[in-house]
Design a protein around this ligand. Structure first.
Ligand code: MLT
Length: 410
């Protein structure tokens, strides 16, 4: 009989959002008439920008004619898209990224989950706590951890606590780590790291020969001028950081799927015998072996957001969700619930009232207000006592949810 990857047995229950979906489905079955408002998983609700739809229609027509039909495309992405990304998100911001340092994919979840494959299993990994579960779970699956301990932490991982006490900005690890996951703007806390904080991390990585895996999936939501949109705005980051970006939250592509990863050629690792190797070469090898490119139609839609009209439509979409964030944040403050985030990110991270556990709060919200959110503990032990709401709902549902909050008794 075939044996299994034993590392999977170390994982706890189901993937967080699958577990939430399961609980909500059970509640709905028992209460079929419940009018549930979903502010749990960070899934967008508004239609794709019109420019994307037009570009997709045109691309579909091209696929219907032999002269313009496309089969396999470049695994790394068509140049019409990669050039538009590089110009708009990097060159225009004074950052130089070469055309062979960008890899278009089907989204940041896959990339931030798969990237660990090009690192040795003996690397010491640091992750924030709370954290987007993909970073931790994929390292558990790969065998880079021991078992889970009683405190909910895995052996062999360096956790970087992020709580209200440190303003959700993690301290540098006491021991030397090789791989550091940073998500900014942060999922789940909705907070950001300042230029000074990011500089501290880049300097640490340079000093310790570590690599920063920087998830900037929510960069488009930054409203404050002084917050870096890319880690490459920090001097020296191109030597130590890999950056993930996504069209999911930027332009409503959660169901359409498109993202990209920047792997600068200057980011190096070493072999057992001490030679230095570009991670870019390894990622290119992996990408070309395991991935056959994002659909042409989807890449056309993604490229459309970089037209003048596309930029205007994306701005409008993001403003819509950020207005929801303001409504939630202020609505919570009005009922004396302490809320963080929601200024540079579409997530609001609230402190559960009266020290309630985050799963108890989840149940109370679901049962008494028919609102679904995400328990902070699902993102790690330091998320206990917190709860996440997303601003990706419709305006109507956001306002209804806030009104229901106001009626809750704690
Ligand atoms: C979340 O809710 O944390 C995100 O939507 C999950 C994701 O982007 O994969």
């Amino acid at each position: 009989m075939a044996t299994i990857n034993e590392n999977y047995m170390k994982l706890q229950g189901s993937y967080l959002f699958a577990e939430i979906a399961r609980r909500v489905a059970a509640y709905k079955e028992a209460n079929p008439s419940a009018d549930i408002i979903r502010l749990g998983i960070g899934d967008v609700t508004q239609p794709l920008p019109a420019v994307c739809i037009e570009a997709m229609h045109k691309a579909v027509d091209e696929m219907g004619k032999a002269e313009t039909f496309r089969g396999y495309g470049p695994e790394q992405g068509y140049s019409f898209l990669t050039e538009a990304i590089i110009k708009n998100n990097y060159t225009d911001r004074g950052i130089s990224i070469a055309s062979d340092e960008i890899f278009v994919s089907d989204g940041s979840k896959s990339d931030s989950g798969n990237i660990q494959e090009i690192f040795g299993t003996d690397n010491r990994v640091a992750i924030t706590d709370p954290v987007y579960p993909v970073y931790l779970d994929t390292n558990v699956m790969a065998g880079r951890t021991g078992d889970i301990k009683e405190d909910g932490h895995f052996e062999g991982i360096t956790y970087l606590p992020c709580t209200a006490e440190n303003s959700f900005a993690p301290d540098l690890p006491k021991e030397k780590v090789d791989i550091i996951y940073l998500c900014c703007p942060n999922n789940p806390t909705g907070t950001t790291l300042s230029r000074e904080e990011l500089t501290k991390w880049v300097n640490y990585a340079k000093k310790n020969d570590s690599v920063i895996l920087f998830d900037a999936a929510y960069a488009a939501y930054i409203t404050e001028k002084n917050i870096p949109r890319s880690i490459y705005e920090i001097h020296g980051a191109k030597d130590v950081a890999i950056e993930f970006r996504s069209f999911s939250k930027t332009a409503g592509f959660t169901g359409t799927r498109c993202g990209y990863t920047i792997v600068p050629k200057s980011v190096m690792g070493r072999t057992k015998d001490g030679s230095r190797v570009e991670f870019n070469k390894l990622w290119n090898r992996r990408h070309t072996t395991k991935f056959n490119g994002t659909a042409y139609v989807v890449q056309r839609a993604a490229a459309a957001i970089y037209t003048e009209e596309g930029k205007r439509q994306v701005k409008e979409l993001i403003a819509y969700y950020m207005e929801n964030a303001r409504i939630i944040r202020e609505g919570l403050q009005n009922v004396n619930i302490k809320a963080y985030g929601g200024i540079n990110a579409p997530y609001i991270w609230l402190k559960t009232p009266h020290g309630m556990s985050s799963w108890d709060f989840f149940d109370k919200l679901l049962h008494e207000a028919n609102i679904v959110g995400t328990p902070g503990a699902g993102f790690g032990p330091c998320g206990e006592g917190y709860f996440r709401l997303t601003s990706f709902g419709s305006r109507e549902n956001t306002e209804r949810a806030v009104a229901r909050f106001a009626k809750l008794k704690f």
